[in-house]
Design a protein around this ligand. Structure first.
Ligand code: XMP
Length: 250
């Protein structure tokens, strides 16, 4: 098990929380964005088991300021996922992965459709060398994901399969630290859980603002729920994160 995976589990146990806080905060100036992100992180830190930062925050703040936020998170005892959905060819993916790992990130999301050989193989190897995590997408949360992750494909033996089933079987062989399946389709979570087995953490974004239900996703087999706007746009991120954490633990 990677250090990333055991740190999320530890934080989840200690805080009785399955919530990953997504920080996609928009502020006009870099300083205000940094201060707001740090404030939300501190307010919610007792009620979440991990933070997730996306590309907009990196573009606005720059990697060195983002790295300071990652350090703050580590001081709070929480790991940080970079939601970069790596999707280029291998040598470029590896360059980006190294930059994110050097900035302190504990795990990266990757686009499974890129494939393993010459695509994600070097990134997975790099993550293992550094004891970090890789989280491949198996089914995204938005409507249009049906066009790709949900399409019917022919497998090698000629049988018709759903793309996400094929992807779930494939990532199982990659020995990763978790997978991403949107919370908006509990029936897909259930099928993917059957394929990957009980030990692979499933991270599910798409609750509340995108229409997914925390409890339905949990009951279908999600391990961690990714929540962004419902917490960072609320007037009181501390109370809201505590309320959502409770929904998952009762
Ligand atoms: P909200 O504000 O909708 O934010 O709670 C959700 C967060 O999750 C990310 N997101 C996804 N990430 N696969 C992912 O890897 C997905 O299918 C997906 N859907 C949403 C989004 O970037 C935001 O940070």
């Amino acid at each position: 098990m990677s250090r990333f995976r055991s740190e999320v589990e530890k934080a989840s146990r200690e805080r009785c929380s399955r919530i990953v806080l997504a920080l996609d905060i928009l502020e006009p100036s870099k300083d205000r964005l940094y201060e707001k992100a740090l404030w939300v992180m501190r307010e919610a830190s007792e009620n979440v088991c991990c933070f997730k930062i996306g590309i907009p925050t990196v573009l606005k703040l720059g990697l060195s300021d983002v790295s300071r936020l990652v350090e703050e998170a580590h001081d709070m005892g929480l790991p940080v996922i970079m939601d970069c959905k790596l999707g280029d060819v291998g040598h470029v993916n590896k360059m980006m992965a190294i930059l994110y790992f050097e900035a302190g990130f504990d795990a990266l999301t990757v686009n499974t459709l890129v494939g393993f050989e010459g695509g994600l193989d070097s990134v997975i190897e790099e993550s293992k060398k550094r004891d970090r995590g890789i989280l491949p997408l198996v089914y995204m949360s938005h409507k249009g994901a049906e066009e790709t992750f949900g399409q019917t494909v022919l497998s090698k033996d000629g049988t018709a399969r759903k793309m996400y089933e094929v992807l779930a079987e494939r990532v199982k062989r990659w020995d990763v630290d978790g997978i991403v399946v949107g919370a908006t389709r509990p029936e897909v979570i259930r099928e993917v859980r059957d394929i990957v087995g009980p030990d692979t953490p499933i991270y599910s974004p798409g609750v509340i603002f995108q229409g997914g239900s925390l409890r339905d996703a949990l009951e279908a087999g999600s391990t961690y729920l990714i929540v962004g706007r419902a917490i960072y746009l609320s007037e009181n991120p501390r109370e809201e994160s505590a309320r959502l954490k409770k929904i998952l633990s009762t």
